[in-house]
Design a binder for this molecule. Structure first.
Ligand code: EPZ
Length: 430
């Protein structure tokens, strides 16, 4: 089983290109099947989740023509099946976006009910509420969600909770409905806006994405388009915090600084120097970090997907910090792993009380989920000695060439696949 072997202590220095946003790509790849024309989608991150989504749309008959690692031509012309079976949902929950896309275009869809995951129960009641409001019947049978409608009619939908997935899925179902749909209390994440922009380039008529009220005027059909996905704010934020933890000097390139504002603001509070330019942000950290407090919130608040990364940074800061996770109910599982590296953190419900320590020390640990795994990698890069991380497939779901990008910044990290390779790494890195 592949592991990351990491020797900590080197400050990360240099520039790193940020890839396309995974969470925008998953909605956009699902939306692309809503036309019989061809969509050319660029800047798709070459990560496990997007590759599984491409397999899922191919499995129902859509044509998928990979031009290169990051570019794909997609058409829904030959779709013959409206069932997404459990294989794909088990691998990535976001294949449920095909529910909205297939319902929106074909008025019928069958998708396996996604289960919970390592960070929480992940219900989809708001998605179903939206589909029903548009006139679909939705039932659960044999573990599948079956959504069908004679026709879909615009509706006024008020989300009970701000949900990225429900906002995107309802947009997909409503974009070709008769009449106008209004989504209130909508999620405002950059990836929600990117999916709305993509649908508009296909002939959709969506206004207000990025605010909490989205208006969707249904159109009879969608046409092909060429589209470039926005940069990934969470990949960028992860490298920015890696600079902070290792007392480095890292410039993340090909980013939209506006999407990183809450992350940059927290890094400044921690005592880092943060410099923004048009499509890059530089983070310089020269001394021990300050403590601070943070609460995760829907965009534009501090992202829940950056909660593990700021927690590992605060674990090395001066003083006591409090991190409150307001989005998911079980997103501190990684703290046990971090404790093995010497962290002094007490988790009480959805709050972590962090007493900063002078150093982390290398240990054998496991990645409990995607973002926590990435946070443990950057903690290991700041630790004394060697850390070995298991279950790195979680991390590879959302970070393209993670170890190569970190190597390019001076990080000592390799993928090892046996005890022998690990011993070689230990000998080589002393
Ligand atoms: C998306 O998940 C992201 N995934 C998550 O990123 C991210 O953490 C999350 O949004 C919040 O920003 C993708 O975009 C593929 P939600 P999603 O619906 O859509 C509750 C990563 O690391 N809720 O915004 O599933 C839910 O339980 C992943 O890339 C309902 O109650 O998140 C949660 O408490 C991890 N009913 C809150 O809303 C619903 O019907 C926010 O969830 C839907 C959600």
């Amino acid at each position: 089983m592949e592991q990351y072997a990491i020797k900590g202590g080197n400050p990360l220095v240099g520039e790193v290109e940020i890839g396309g946003a995974k969470n925008a790509a998953l909605g956009i790849l699902a939306a692309a099947i809503m036309t019989d024309d061809t969509c050319m989608v660029e800047n798709i991150p070459d990560v496990r989740d997007t590759n599984v989504m491409l397999q899922a749309i191919e499995s129902i008959g859509a044509s998928v023509n990979r031009k290169d690692r990051h570019t794909c031509e997609i058409s829904g012309r030959n779709i013959v099946d409206h069932t997404i079976d459990n294989d794909y949902i088990k691998k990535i929950r976001a294949s449920y976006y095909l529910l909205g896309a297939l319902l929106g275009k074909y008025k019928k869809a069958r998708v396996s009910l996604p289960g919970g995951c390592n960070i929480g129960l992940r219900p989809i009641d708001q998605h179903i509420k939206g589909f029903k409001a548009l006139g679909a019947t939705v039932r659960i049978e044999h573990g599948m969600i079956v959504a069908e409608a004679d026709s879909l009619k615009g509706a006024h939908i008020y989300l009970d909770v701000v949900s990225v997935g429900a906002t995107i899925n309802i947009m997909l179902a409503a974009v070709m409905a008769e009449g106008t749909t209004i989504i209130e209390n909508a999620a405002k994440e950059p990836h929600v806006v990117d999916v709305a922009n993509f649908l508009n380039t296909m002939g959709g008529s969506i206004k207000g994405a990025g605010t909490d009220v989205i208006r969707i005027k249904g159109v009879p059909r969608l046409h092909g388009t060429n589209y470039m996905i926005i940069p990934d704010q969470i990949e960028a934020g992860t490298f920015m915090f890696a600079a902070a933890l290792t007392k480095g000097d890292v410039t993340v390139k090909n980013v939209i600084p506006k999407h990183l504002e809450s992350i940059s603001a927290k890094l400044s509070e921690l005592g880092c120097q943060v410099e923004e330019s048009d499509d890059a942000v530089r983070v310089v950290a020269t001394r021990q970090l300050n403590h601070t407090h943070v609460k995760t919130l829907p965009y534009p608040g501090f992202p829940t997907d950056m909660q593990p990364q700021i927690t590992v940074a605060l674990g090395l800061s001066k003083g006591t910090s409090i991190v409150t996770e307001s989005i998911f109910e079980n997103r501190f599982k990684y703290v046990d792993e971090l404790t093995r590296m010497g962290a002094n953190i007490k988790v009480e419900g959805n709050t972590a009380i962090i007493d900063g320590v002078a150093r982390y020390t290398g240990a054998s640990i496991s990645a409990p989920d995607l973002r926590a795994g990435a946070a443990l990698v950057i903690a290991a890069l700041a630790a004394e000695g060697v850390t070995v991380i298991d279950d790195i497939n979680f991390i590879q779901r959302g970070y393209e060439d993670f170890h190569l990008k970190l190597q390019s910044l001076g990080g000592i990290i390799e993928i090892v696949d046996s005890e022998k390779e690990l011993q070689k790494f230990r000998l080589k890195t002393g």
